[in-house]
Design a protein around this ligand. Structure first.
Ligand code: CO
Length: 180
């Protein structure tokens, strides 16, 4: 049975720690159950993506659920993902499951190529623009201990931080030592 996992919020140390690559053979036995939980957690929060360290696991693993149609999603499992090419620039509002209710203008590459391992252990490469490119960069950032607040253009930083301070007051299950 899969379950919705608790999502770590901004201010929790684990979100700032860079995850280490994990070999498929080491993780393969527990991967199906873990992925089922990650999908369920993602769906329950209406998320586009989720990184393992957001649910308290220091694993270089993330998932992306991209809406492609009215009730259709395209799913990507990213074990040990790595950006191999990047170009262009885009700036759009971005949210994150670790920052509930918070959105901020975030600077990203307009195009990325990513290499990763999928749920069956196969290495694959993905070229992406738009929402998928944004989601890939966002999730790989998580795995590197980076958060969307780090990508806010500097001219907008102080306004964004004030906004974050307000929004974070509504987070009920975050630890008291939050730094927002
Ligand atoms: Co996020």
């Amino acid at each position: 049975m899969s379950a919705v996992r608790r999502i770590c919020k901004y201010g929790e140390d684990i979100l700032r720690r860079r995850t280490k690559p994990v070999s498929y053979d080491v993780i393969k036995d527990k991967l199906p159950a873990l992925l089922a939980d990650m999908w369920e957690t993602c769906v329950s929060c209406n998320g586009v993506g989720l990184a393992a360290n957001q649910i308290g696991l220091e694993l270089r693993l993330a998932v992306i659920m991209l809406p492609v149609d009215k009730d259709k999603v395209q799913k990507f499992v990213l074990l040990n993902p790595k950006i191999t090419e990047k170009s262009g620039v885009m700036e759009e509002d971005e949210g994150c499951l670790s920052f509930p209710g918070f959105f901020a203008p975030t600077k990203r590459y307009a195009f990325v190529k990513v290499r990763a391992v999928d749920e069956s252990g196969r290495e694959y490469e993905l070229s992406a623009r738009g929402l998928l490119a944004k989601a890939l960069q966002h999730e790989i950032d998580h795995l590197d201990g980076k958060l969307l607040i780090d990508r806010v253009p500097s001219v907008e930083k102080s306004a964004v931080k004030a906004h974050l301070k307000e929004v974070s007051k509504t987070w009920q299950d975050a630890p008291a030592k939050r730094k927002a």
